[in-house]
Design a protein around this ligand. Structure first.
Ligand SMILES: O=C(O)C(=O)Cc1ccccc1
Length: 289
Protein backbone atom coordinates (compact mmCIF):
# COMPACT_ATOMS: atom_id res chain seq x y z
CA UNK A 1 0.00 0.00 0.00
CA UNK A 2 1.23 3.52 -0.74
CA UNK A 3 0.98 5.81 2.27
CA UNK A 4 0.33 9.55 1.83
CA UNK A 5 2.36 11.89 4.05
CA UNK A 6 1.27 15.53 4.34
CA UNK A 7 3.83 18.25 5.16
CA UNK A 8 4.29 22.00 4.90
CA UNK A 9 5.33 22.90 1.34
CA UNK A 10 6.28 23.81 -1.25
CA UNK A 11 9.04 21.27 -1.79
CA UNK A 12 12.31 21.87 0.08
CA UNK A 13 10.97 22.76 3.55
CA UNK A 14 12.46 21.40 6.75
CA UNK A 15 9.11 19.69 7.33
CA UNK A 16 9.54 17.87 4.01
CA UNK A 17 13.04 16.86 5.15
CA UNK A 18 11.52 15.43 8.34
CA UNK A 19 8.83 13.66 6.25
CA UNK A 20 11.54 12.13 4.02
CA UNK A 21 13.38 10.86 7.14
CA UNK A 22 10.12 9.30 8.33
CA UNK A 23 9.52 7.67 4.91
CA UNK A 24 13.06 6.21 5.07
CA UNK A 25 12.38 4.80 8.55
CA UNK A 26 9.14 3.23 7.28
CA UNK A 27 10.88 1.76 4.26
CA UNK A 28 13.51 0.13 6.49
CA UNK A 29 11.12 -1.16 9.16
CA UNK A 30 8.08 -2.21 7.09
CA UNK A 31 9.17 -1.99 3.44
CA UNK A 32 6.16 0.26 2.68
CA UNK A 33 6.21 3.00 0.04
CA UNK A 34 4.97 6.54 0.64
CA UNK A 35 4.16 9.65 -1.35
CA UNK A 36 4.74 13.17 -0.02
CA UNK A 37 1.87 15.68 -0.20
CA UNK A 38 2.84 19.35 0.29
CA UNK A 39 0.26 21.75 1.84
CA UNK A 40 0.44 25.58 2.00
CA UNK A 41 0.17 25.84 5.80
CA UNK A 42 0.69 23.79 8.96
CA UNK A 43 -3.04 24.03 9.72
CA UNK A 44 -3.95 22.62 6.30
CA UNK A 45 -1.36 19.85 6.74
CA UNK A 46 -3.06 18.67 9.95
CA UNK A 47 -6.55 19.17 8.46
CA UNK A 48 -5.58 16.88 5.57
CA UNK A 49 -5.13 14.04 8.09
CA UNK A 50 -8.23 14.93 10.12
CA UNK A 51 -10.30 14.81 6.88
CA UNK A 52 -8.71 11.57 5.70
CA UNK A 53 -7.02 13.13 2.63
CA UNK A 54 -3.62 11.99 3.94
CA UNK A 55 -2.71 9.20 6.35
CA UNK A 56 0.09 11.00 8.19
CA UNK A 57 1.13 14.63 8.78
CA UNK A 58 4.67 15.64 9.75
CA UNK A 59 4.58 19.04 11.48
CA UNK A 60 7.17 21.16 13.34
CA UNK A 61 6.31 21.57 17.03
CA UNK A 62 9.29 23.10 18.80
CA UNK A 63 12.58 24.75 17.94
CA UNK A 64 15.58 24.92 20.25
CA UNK A 65 16.02 28.69 19.70
CA UNK A 66 12.50 29.99 19.17
CA UNK A 67 10.36 27.57 21.18
CA UNK A 68 6.90 26.30 20.31
CA UNK A 69 5.41 26.39 16.83
CA UNK A 70 2.13 27.85 18.00
CA UNK A 71 0.24 27.08 14.76
CA UNK A 72 0.82 23.37 15.41
CA UNK A 73 -0.32 23.53 19.05
CA UNK A 74 -3.40 25.63 18.24
CA UNK A 75 -4.46 23.33 15.39
CA UNK A 76 -3.91 20.16 17.46
CA UNK A 77 -6.26 21.67 20.06
CA UNK A 78 -8.90 22.59 17.47
CA UNK A 79 -8.98 19.27 15.60
CA UNK A 80 -10.34 16.23 17.37
CA UNK A 81 -9.23 12.65 16.97
CA UNK A 82 -5.61 13.21 16.00
CA UNK A 83 -2.79 11.30 17.67
CA UNK A 84 0.98 11.68 17.75
CA UNK A 85 2.72 8.50 16.58
CA UNK A 86 6.36 9.57 16.81
CA UNK A 87 8.61 12.62 17.32
CA UNK A 88 11.67 13.34 15.17
CA UNK A 89 14.41 15.82 16.08
CA UNK A 90 16.25 17.32 13.11
CA UNK A 91 19.28 19.60 13.01
CA UNK A 92 18.44 22.92 11.28
CA UNK A 93 21.19 24.61 9.26
CA UNK A 94 19.94 27.85 7.72
CA UNK A 95 21.47 29.47 4.65
CA UNK A 96 20.79 32.81 3.01
CA UNK A 97 19.73 32.27 -0.60
CA UNK A 98 19.73 35.07 -3.16
CA UNK A 99 20.60 36.00 -6.75
CA UNK A 100 21.95 39.37 -5.48
CA UNK A 101 25.52 40.18 -6.52
CA UNK A 102 26.46 40.91 -2.89
CA UNK A 103 24.93 41.33 0.60
CA UNK A 104 24.90 45.14 0.05
CA UNK A 105 22.24 44.94 -2.67
CA UNK A 106 19.74 42.83 -0.66
CA UNK A 107 16.67 44.85 0.43
CA UNK A 108 14.22 42.15 1.56
CA UNK A 109 14.55 38.78 3.30
CA UNK A 110 11.68 36.28 3.19
CA UNK A 111 11.18 33.25 5.40
CA UNK A 112 8.97 31.43 7.87
CA UNK A 113 8.69 33.60 11.04
CA UNK A 114 10.51 30.90 13.04
CA UNK A 115 13.48 30.96 10.65
CA UNK A 116 13.61 34.80 10.63
CA UNK A 117 13.64 34.75 14.45
CA UNK A 118 16.29 31.98 14.64
CA UNK A 119 18.63 34.19 12.54
CA UNK A 120 17.69 37.61 13.98
CA UNK A 121 21.15 38.24 15.48
CA UNK A 122 22.91 37.42 12.18
CA UNK A 123 20.41 39.56 10.22
CA UNK A 124 20.91 42.47 12.66
CA UNK A 125 24.68 42.24 12.24
CA UNK A 126 25.00 41.70 8.48
CA UNK A 127 21.75 43.07 7.01
CA UNK A 128 20.60 45.63 9.61
CA UNK A 129 18.41 47.70 7.26
CA UNK A 130 16.61 45.00 5.24
CA UNK A 131 12.86 44.46 5.38
CA UNK A 132 11.99 41.06 6.90
CA UNK A 133 8.92 39.50 5.27
CA UNK A 134 7.28 36.50 6.99
CA UNK A 135 6.05 33.72 4.70
CA UNK A 136 4.16 30.45 5.24
CA UNK A 137 7.32 28.38 4.88
CA UNK A 138 11.05 28.77 4.31
CA UNK A 139 10.60 27.80 0.64
CA UNK A 140 7.46 29.75 -0.30
CA UNK A 141 9.41 32.77 -1.59
CA UNK A 142 12.19 30.89 -3.38
CA UNK A 143 10.47 31.08 -6.79
CA UNK A 144 10.52 34.91 -6.59
CA UNK A 145 14.27 35.15 -6.19
CA UNK A 146 15.26 34.73 -9.85
CA UNK A 147 13.08 37.74 -10.80
CA UNK A 148 14.03 39.99 -7.90
CA UNK A 149 17.77 40.47 -7.45
CA UNK A 150 17.20 42.55 -4.29
CA UNK A 151 15.39 39.72 -2.47
CA UNK A 152 16.78 36.87 -0.35
CA UNK A 153 15.27 33.97 1.59
CA UNK A 154 16.36 31.93 4.59
CA UNK A 155 16.07 28.22 3.87
CA UNK A 156 18.21 25.07 3.77
CA UNK A 157 21.13 24.11 1.52
CA UNK A 158 18.91 21.30 0.23
CA UNK A 159 16.26 23.86 -0.83
CA UNK A 160 18.88 26.03 -2.61
CA UNK A 161 19.95 22.98 -4.63
CA UNK A 162 16.37 21.91 -5.40
CA UNK A 163 15.52 25.37 -6.77
CA UNK A 164 18.94 25.82 -8.38
CA UNK A 165 19.62 29.06 -6.49
CA UNK A 166 22.88 30.51 -5.12
CA UNK A 167 23.77 30.39 -1.40
CA UNK A 168 25.25 33.69 -0.21
CA UNK A 169 25.83 32.75 3.44
CA UNK A 170 25.60 29.52 5.39
CA UNK A 171 25.25 28.55 9.07
CA UNK A 172 23.42 31.80 9.86
CA UNK A 173 21.39 30.60 12.90
CA UNK A 174 22.18 32.58 16.05
CA UNK A 175 23.05 29.34 17.88
CA UNK A 176 24.90 26.54 16.06
CA UNK A 177 23.04 23.69 17.80
CA UNK A 178 19.74 24.73 16.18
CA UNK A 179 17.28 21.83 15.98
CA UNK A 180 13.52 21.36 15.57
CA UNK A 181 11.23 18.66 16.92
CA UNK A 182 8.56 17.41 14.52
CA UNK A 183 5.47 15.35 15.33
CA UNK A 184 4.28 12.50 13.11
CA UNK A 185 0.48 12.69 13.43
CA UNK A 186 -2.30 10.33 12.31
CA UNK A 187 -5.99 9.84 13.03
CA UNK A 188 -6.62 8.34 16.47
CA UNK A 189 -7.65 4.90 15.25
CA UNK A 190 -4.55 4.43 13.08
CA UNK A 191 -2.15 1.91 14.61
CA UNK A 192 1.53 3.01 14.70
CA UNK A 193 3.18 2.55 11.31
CA UNK A 194 6.81 2.74 12.45
CA UNK A 195 7.82 0.07 14.90
CA UNK A 196 11.16 -0.20 16.64
CA UNK A 197 11.14 -2.85 19.34
CA UNK A 198 14.36 -1.51 20.92
CA UNK A 199 12.68 1.82 21.79
CA UNK A 200 10.21 2.21 24.65
CA UNK A 201 7.41 4.78 24.41
CA UNK A 202 8.97 7.67 26.29
CA UNK A 203 6.70 10.71 26.08
CA UNK A 204 3.05 11.70 26.27
CA UNK A 205 1.69 15.05 25.08
CA UNK A 206 -1.58 16.52 26.27
CA UNK A 207 -3.38 19.85 26.65
CA UNK A 208 -6.08 21.14 28.95
CA UNK A 209 -8.17 24.15 29.85
CA UNK A 210 -8.84 24.97 33.50
CA UNK A 211 -12.34 25.55 34.89
CA UNK A 212 -11.88 29.02 36.40
CA UNK A 213 -9.37 31.73 37.09
CA UNK A 214 -8.93 30.79 40.76
CA UNK A 215 -5.85 30.21 42.96
CA UNK A 216 -4.50 26.71 42.31
CA UNK A 217 -6.10 26.42 38.85
CA UNK A 218 -2.72 25.41 37.41
CA UNK A 219 -0.94 24.08 40.48
CA UNK A 220 -3.54 21.33 41.05
CA UNK A 221 -3.21 19.83 37.55
CA UNK A 222 0.60 20.00 37.82
CA UNK A 223 0.58 18.31 41.20
CA UNK A 224 -1.27 15.37 39.65
CA UNK A 225 2.06 14.55 37.96
CA UNK A 226 4.40 15.62 40.77
CA UNK A 227 2.63 13.49 43.40
CA UNK A 228 2.98 10.38 41.25
CA UNK A 229 6.63 11.05 40.32
CA UNK A 230 5.95 11.79 36.64
CA UNK A 231 8.47 14.24 35.16
CA UNK A 232 7.30 17.05 32.86
CA UNK A 233 9.59 17.92 29.95
CA UNK A 234 7.67 20.94 28.62
CA UNK A 235 4.85 23.31 29.49
CA UNK A 236 3.47 25.96 27.15
CA UNK A 237 0.48 28.22 27.61
CA UNK A 238 -1.63 29.48 24.71
CA UNK A 239 -4.56 31.88 24.79
CA UNK A 240 -7.97 30.16 24.64
CA UNK A 241 -8.91 32.94 22.17
CA UNK A 242 -12.27 33.18 24.02
CA UNK A 243 -11.31 36.00 26.35
CA UNK A 244 -8.19 37.97 27.30
CA UNK A 245 -6.19 36.32 30.06
CA UNK A 246 -7.68 32.79 29.62
CA UNK A 247 -5.19 30.09 28.76
CA UNK A 248 -4.79 26.51 27.56
CA UNK A 249 -1.80 24.53 28.83
CA UNK A 250 0.17 22.15 26.61
CA UNK A 251 2.28 19.64 28.51
CA UNK A 252 4.81 16.95 27.56
CA UNK A 253 5.52 14.31 30.17
CA UNK A 254 8.22 11.67 30.28
CA UNK A 255 6.01 8.59 30.56
CA UNK A 256 3.75 6.33 28.53
CA UNK A 257 0.00 6.93 29.09
CA UNK A 258 -0.49 3.18 29.63
CA UNK A 259 1.87 3.07 32.67
CA UNK A 260 0.06 2.60 36.00
CA UNK A 261 1.39 5.85 37.50
CA UNK A 262 0.32 7.77 34.37
CA UNK A 263 -3.17 6.23 34.45
CA UNK A 264 -3.45 7.47 38.04
CA UNK A 265 -2.06 10.93 37.14
CA UNK A 266 -4.45 11.26 34.20
CA UNK A 267 -7.55 10.37 36.23
CA UNK A 268 -6.43 12.90 38.87
CA UNK A 269 -5.83 15.48 36.13
CA UNK A 270 -9.36 14.99 34.78
CA UNK A 271 -10.73 16.22 38.14
CA UNK A 272 -8.91 19.56 37.90
CA UNK A 273 -9.30 20.34 34.21
CA UNK A 274 -12.23 21.54 32.10
CA UNK A 275 -11.32 20.02 28.72
CA UNK A 276 -8.48 17.48 28.63
CA UNK A 277 -7.05 16.23 25.33
CA UNK A 278 -4.43 13.48 25.25
CA UNK A 279 -2.53 13.66 21.97
CA UNK A 280 -0.70 10.35 22.39
CA UNK A 281 2.34 8.50 23.69
CA UNK A 282 5.33 8.11 21.42
CA UNK A 283 9.11 7.73 20.98
CA UNK A 284 11.50 10.56 20.17
CA UNK A 285 14.10 9.83 17.49
CA UNK A 286 17.09 12.04 16.73
CA UNK A 287 17.78 12.19 13.00
CA UNK A 288 21.30 13.10 11.89
CA UNK A 289 21.75 14.94 8.59
O1 LIG B 1 9.22 26.39 6.65
C1 LIG B 1 9.78 25.30 6.84
O2 LIG B 1 10.73 24.87 6.17
C2 LIG B 1 9.29 24.48 7.97
O3 LIG B 1 9.34 23.29 7.92
C3 LIG B 1 8.91 25.21 9.21
C4 LIG B 1 10.17 25.47 9.96
C5 LIG B 1 10.76 26.70 9.87
C6 LIG B 1 11.97 26.92 10.54
C7 LIG B 1 12.56 25.91 11.26
C8 LIG B 1 11.95 24.68 11.33
C9 LIG B 1 10.76 24.45 10.67
Amino acid sequence: MTLSIAHLGPTGTYAEQAAISYVNLLKKSTDSEAILCPYPSIAQTLQAVAQGEALIAVVPVENSIEGSVTMTLDTMWQLDDLQIQLALVLPIIHTLISCAASLDTIKTVYSHPQALAQCSGWLGQFLPTVELIPSNSTTEALLKLKDDLTAAAISSKRAAHLYNLPIVATGISDYPENCTRFWVVSQRDQSPLYKNSSLSTSHTSLAFSVPANVPGALVNPLQSFAHLGVNLSKIQSRPTKRSLGEYLFFIDVEADASETKMQAALSDLAIYTEILKIFGSYNVLAISE
